[in-house]
Design a protein. Structure first.
Length: 110
């Protein structure tokens, strides 16, 4: 596995106000809930991807160099770096990339 991952610049100096989020949703609490749900989805996806790459790297190293229960040291340069999930979900909200809908509570009661 020769792939090296680029370090992602996770810096966003854009000033965002509460009113900008309120314009995207009905109110700020709705925005927080939608952004939080999206953030959990992103974190779950990133975690799965990270584990997959990490396990591939460990398997490759152990197959080549080690035959016992030893886990090699992993260089940080070999593993992927993901942008922060909260920043990514907030940017998706501001760029109108998120869609959400509500469950019909009358169907849940029956």
């Amino acid at each position: 596995m020769k792939k090296k991952y680029d370090i992602i610049q996770d810096r966003d100096d854009r000033k965002v106000s509460q009113e900008q989020y309120e314009n995207k949703c009905g109110n700020i609490y709705e925005c927080v809930m939608v952004i939080g749900q999206r953030m959990r989805e992103i974190e779950r996806r990133n975690s799965e991807e990270f584990e997959k790459v990490r396990n591939e790297f460990i398997d490759e190293k152990t197959d080549k160099e080690y035959k016992n229960e030893f886990i090699p040291d992993i260089d940080e340069e070999d593993l992927p770096v993901f942008p922060k999930a909260i920043r990514q979900s907030m940017n998706e909200m501001l760029n109108d990339e998120l869609e959400w809908e509500y469950e019909d509570l009358t169907k849940l009661e029956n």
